[in-house]
Write a protein that binds this ligand. Structure first.
Ligand SMILES: [Zn+2]
Length: 359
């Protein structure tokens, strides 16, 4: 009999209530891969591995407001009710909130952008793509995922070496003021901010999701107290988020040097991925973090439909071992979409993390 996986798993049943109902990609609505079953298969696998489950505790909005524009929080909390009230589901067959116009710099051309009262106009001010749909249960899940991240951060602030936040929906694409990329609030940034607020000193966020965490980078880009480092598929090779995530983005002002992007070519497997993660860990260690947040995306795995990276379970185990060795660590669930392998992948990463702290 093997020992139980000694990592507390923070969970909220509310995380299942978000049903995006698909995504509009390049103008066509597809089934989408960010489905509630993702969280269920991970939860079941961790329970079978003997990991203890901790229910998420309700938290106030203070930390959320420290990383997000309160207007974004208000919009997300109320947009479904407004959408329904405006008659879009019943009268127009629009059963999810999807924006159709976006106040980009190109549209405004230097003119002042107003905040339109009509919800179908305003939606594009807070959501920057067409893939990130909102339905009736979305806000409960979004807020629940933030409580999961905050509860995991509490465990580490209280002395735990490791805690895993089973957040759904994921979060690392959310900036201070807008959501996208199947993410709504930035759970990893919320965890990092909570650790700072609890006195961790400096914090390092290490993002090993297959995609660059543009949201987390932007939130901390001008801050020296939170290092952000990411290993991801090269956005210049045709992958989301396309516009940012390049190696020459190193931070600004007090955050100069506290941002590190290590983009990898499509097809990169364990060797190249782990070499980049070792470099990331060395840079994070130089920042002398008192706590670490890992944005744990499982979509760098070979079988994942959302990325061309080819990482194995053994690769994830080693990544867990390398990253969690730096300081007490909160692991926050991000992407990962191949349902049959999500459980084994998360167990591999958490097993590696547990090995790092037990020696
Ligand atoms: Zn991803």
């Amino acid at each position: 009999m093997t020992a139980s996986l000694p990592v507390p798993v923070v969970w909220s049943q509310d995380c299942l209530r978000h049903d995006p109902g698909g995504e509009v990609w390049l103008g066509v609505k597809d089934a989408g891969t960010e489905v509630p079953e993702r969280a269920l298969v991970i939860r079941d696998a961790l329970a079978a591995a003997g990991a203890p489950e901790v229910p998420a505790a309700a938290h106030g909005d203070e930390v959320l407001q420290a990383v997000h524009d309160p207007a974004l929080l208000g919009h997300l909390a109320g947009v479904w009710a407004e959408w329904e009230q405006a008659g879009f589901p019943a009268e127009w067959g629009r059963d999810r909130v999807v924006p159709y116009v976006f106040p980009t710099e190109g549209m405004l051309g230097g003119l002042p952008g107003r905040l339109p009262p009509a919800v179908h106009g305003r939606a594009g001010r807070f959501c920057y793509d067409t893939m990130t749909l909102v339905g009736p249960g979305s806000w409960a899940a979004i807020r629940g995922a933030a409580d999961v991240a905050l509860t995991a951060a509490d465990l580490v602030s209280a002395g735990a070496q490791l805690a895993y936040a089973l957040c759904r929906p994921p979060g690392h694409h959310v900036t201070g003021s807008a959501y996208g990329g199947s993410c709504y609030l930035n759970n990893a940034a919320i965890a990092a901010q909570a650790l700072v607020a609890a006195g961790a000193g400096r914090v390092a966020v290490l993002d090993i999701d297959a995609h660059h965490g543009n949201g987390t980078q932007s939130i901390f880009y001008s801050r020296g107290d939170v290092f952000y480092g990411s290993v991801h598929v090269d956005p210049g090779a045709g992958w989301f988020p396309h516009y940012v995530g390049y190696a020459d983005e190193r931070g600004a002002g007090p955050g100069e040097g506290a941002n590190l992007n290590l983009p990898l070519p499509p097809g990169t497997g364990d060797e190249g991925w782990l070499t980049a993660i070792r470099d990331l860990c060395a840079a994070a260690a130089a920042h002398r973090p008192g706590a670490v947040v890992i944005s744990l995306g499982l979509d760098a795995a070979e079988a994942d439909p959302e990325s061309p990276l080819r990482v194995t379970e053994a690769g994830y185990r080693e990544a867990g071992r390398l990253t969690a060795a730096l300081a007490p660590t909160v692991l926050v669930q991000e992407g990962g979409y191949h349902l049959p392998t999500l459980g084994p992948l998360v167990i591999a990463a958490l097993t590696g993390a547990a090995e790092a702290v037990t020696g």
